[in-house]
Design a protein around this ligand. Sequence first.
Ligand code: PMP
Length: 446
Amino acid sequence: MTKVLQRVPGQCPPEVKSAHGVWLEDTDGNVYLDAVSGGAAVSAIGHGDSRVNDAIAAQLDQVAYAHNSFFTNRPAEELAELLLSEAPEGLSQVLYCSGGSEAIESALKLARQYWVEKGRPQKSRIISRRQSYHGATLGTLSVGGNMPRRDYYAPMLFDAQLIEPCYAYRLAHPDESEEAYGKRAAQHLEAAILEAGAENVAAFVAEPVVGATLGCAPAVKGYFKEIRAICDRHDVLLILDEVMCGTGRTGYMYACLEDEVTPDLLAVAKGMGGGFVPIGAVLVHERLAEAIRSGSGALRHGFTYMAHPLSCAAALAVQKVIKDDGLVKAAQQKGELLRQVLDERFGQHPNVGDIRGRGLFLGLELVRERNSKQPFDPSFAFHSRVKAAALEAGLMIYPSGGTIDGKQGDHILLAPAYVVSETEIEEIAERLSQALDATLVEAQAY
Ligand code: PMP
C-alpha cells in the first residue's frame, strides 16, 4: 500500500523508474510514449539532458540556497535576462516562484499592489473567464473557471467575475468571421468592466491558449488585441497565464507574441524548468516595477523559495537548450507535422468534432455526433476512459472534461516535448487511434 496520498487514494499508480526523450519506463518494465511532456506539458525538452544535469551539479557545488531578501544570485540574473530578452517589449523584471499557481497568485497580488501604489486602492476586483484554469490555491481557484476543481471550495473563494471564454468551436456563430467573433467575444470583458465599474477593477486574467479545461483552445486572431484595447480604455491590467502555453510550446517563445499583445504581467512555469525542478515566474512590465520602486519601495509579497539558486540554474540550463537547439522553431515545425497527422487520421472521424491548437499544443474535442456537436453522456466520462485506454496502449495523453453550457464535454490535449521525432509523432497518432477505438466500443455498450 502506498504511503503517498495519491490523486485517487486507495489506488496506486505504476512506479516510474526512468525516462529519456519522450519515453518513460515503470518498475514493471512497461514503457510509455509521452505525448504530453511528463503528463502536464512540463518536460518541454524531453526527459533527461546531460547539459541540465551538469548545470545542476555545478550549482550544487556553489550554493543551493540563499534567501532572496539577503542575496540575488547569478543563475537568477542570467535567467531573467534570457526570459526578458525574448519577451514583448516593456516587460522588464522577473519575479520567481515555485510553480504555476504561485505565479498567478503573485501576478494577482502585484496587480493589486500596483493600484494601491498608484493611489487607487478601490481597484481590487478581478475579471477572468469560464472554462479556465489558473491554479489550485484559493486565490487562483477564485479566478479559475474549472468547476470540478472549484466546487468543493466555493464558499472559501473570493468573488471574481467570470466571463465567456473565446471558444470558437462552440461559441462562434456559423456564419461569423474569425475577426467578428474575436471582437464579439472580447466585448464580454467590456460589459463586465462596465458592470463592476472600471474604478473597482484591478485586472483581467486569461490563458492565451486554454489548456487544462478545454483540451487546448486558442483565442482567435484579433481577440487579445481587442482585449488589450479594452483594458487600456478602462485602466485595467492584463495578466496573461502562459503557465502551460509559454516558453516555446506554441511555436513562439510566448504565445502573446503571436497575438501581438504586451501584457502587464506574464506568468510562466511548466516548460520554463522543463520538469527538472519546480519553478515559475512572472514577467513584470516596467510600469508596475516602477510604481513599486517609486511608491512604497517594497514588494508586499514573497515566498521562501523565490529565485532559488538551484532551481534557477536548472531552468537557465533548460532555456539555454531551447535556445541553442532552436527548439521553439522545432515546436512550430513538429507541431505542424503533428497537426497534419491528426488531420489525416481524425479529420473525418465521426467522434472527433474539432482539432485545434498552436505549435505542439494541440487538442481534440470528442463528441457523440459530429454534425450536431452533441457531447457524450457526462456520466460516461469519456475523457477519463480514453486516458486509461491510452495508457493500456502505452501512451500518455492529458484528458479534460470542460463544461459546455453546463454539461460536461470531453477533450484530449497533446503536448509532446519539442524534441519529439517524426516516427514518434506517427506512433502517437497510431496509439491514440487504438485508444479511441477501444473507448468507443465501451461507449456503445454503456
Ligand atoms: N495556469 C495554467 C494555465 C495551468 O495549466 C496550470 C497547471 N495546469 C496552472 C496555472 C497551475 O500550475 P501549477 O500546477 O504548477 O501550480
